[in-house]
Design a protein around this ligand. Structure first.
Ligand code: ADP
Ligand code: MG
Length: 321
């Protein structure tokens, strides 16, 4: 017996929502921000064939659909609280739905996010998640706070997710264990939710790296009216990526690969000690890769080992390019 829309919602998407006044089941949800907080709202779509390949593990997809929004919360320094989920499904496949909702809900619970509503319809597979979070009034991190002379920092390592895409497209051959490792960076990103909140008052500007280091750093520069100089050798890379650095696809992944969901932020030099302490506290690697300078000339310059600018053609991912 095929599942009805209402059965799908009841079985897979109706969960207790302790942080909400009213969750799934009415015409709309009701939530309240705590005293002194403002709301931070973000949404992201994942479309089959564009953002993921058909046949992607539904549990990982459920996780990722929420995780990419949590990463936006992290970049704003916000605590995620509530989510809505709009789903277009070609058919109501019970096994797919069970795995997808399990992946989604596991990540929701781990991050104390309540699923409070959504929409379910038949159509080509598409997933649209909205997350609402809270931040103390006036304290959100934004892209426009960088000033000339700041350090530029990134969390974790960059490029593995894009390396997985390159391998899937046959641009590069990886050993099976390396392939699995980078594939999990692509399918199961770990948004820096705690780090983002702890960066409030420490970072001057922040963004999450979803379109690639150069593009996302470019966004900070544009919004802040500064330029950036980074050193190629300092850009943090995994052991797998390092093995393949002689390949153009690997260098492109490092500088311009999307989907890493690490945080990029700028901070005054005087924050260095605080940032080192923070790195230990949240058990994240935080690496200083360069500095911001006055605007004029190239928006982002990448220096090579010899201190001379590299010619960089890969500038990130643009859906309409
Ligand atoms: P309406 O037609 O009034 O929009 P729906 O029948 O679409 O109501 O939805 C009924 C309830 O189920 C609403 O509370 C809605 O937010 C929720 N809902 C629908 N689809 C989902 C979903 N995929 N995930 C979570 N909640 C959902
Ligand atoms: Mg509806």
């Amino acid at each position: 017996m095929p599942l009805s829309e209402f059965e799908v919602i009841r079985r897979y998407f109706t969960h207790p929502a302790p942080g909400a006044r009213l969750g799934v089941g009415d015409d709309a949800a009701i939530v309240a921000a705590r005293r002194g907080m403002e709301l931070v709202v973000t949404t992201d779509m994942l479309i089959a064939g564009r953002h993921f390949v058909r046949g992607t593990d539904p549990r990982r997809l459920g996780h990722k659909a929420l995780a990419v929004n949590l990463s936006d919360m992290a970049a704003m320094g916000a605590a995620p609280r509530w989510a809505t989920l709009a789903l277009a499904l070609p058919q109501a496949d019970a096994r797919w739905l069970a795995a997808f909702s399990a992946g989604f809900m596991a990540t929701a619970r781990r991050n104390r996010v309540a699923l409070v509503g959504g929409d379910t319809t038949r159509g080509p597979l598409a997933i649209c998640v909205q997350v609402i979070g809270e931040v103390p009034r006036g304290r959100a991190l934004t892209r426009d706070g960088a000033r000339a002379g700041h350090d530029i920092w990134v969390s974790g390592t960059l490029g593995d997710a894009a390396l997985a895409v390159a391998a899937a497209r046959g641009k590069l051959k990886l050993a099976p264990s390396d392939r699995a490792r980078v594939q999990s960076r692509l399918d199961a990103p770990r948004p820096r939710v705690e780090l983002g909140q702890r960066l409030r008052g420490v970072a001057a500007s922040a963004i999450d790296i979803s379109d690639g280091l150069l593009a996302d750093l470019g966004h900070i520069c544009e919004r802040s009216g500064v330029a950036a100089v980074i050193e190629f050798e300092r850009v943090p890379r995994s052991a797998v990526l390092r093995k393949h650095l002689d390949r153009p696809a690997a260098r492109a992944a490092l500088l311009a690969g999307g989907d890493d969901y690490e945080l990029l932020f700028t901070a005054r030099r005087s924050r260095r000690a605080a940032i080192s302490r923070l790195a230990r506290r949240v058990k994240a690697r935080l690496t200083r890769i360069g500095r911001t300078v006055k605007a004029g000339g190239a928006r982002v310059t990448v220096l090579g080992r010899d201190g001379r600018p590299l010619r960089v053609e890969e500038t990130g991912f643009d859906h309409f390019a």
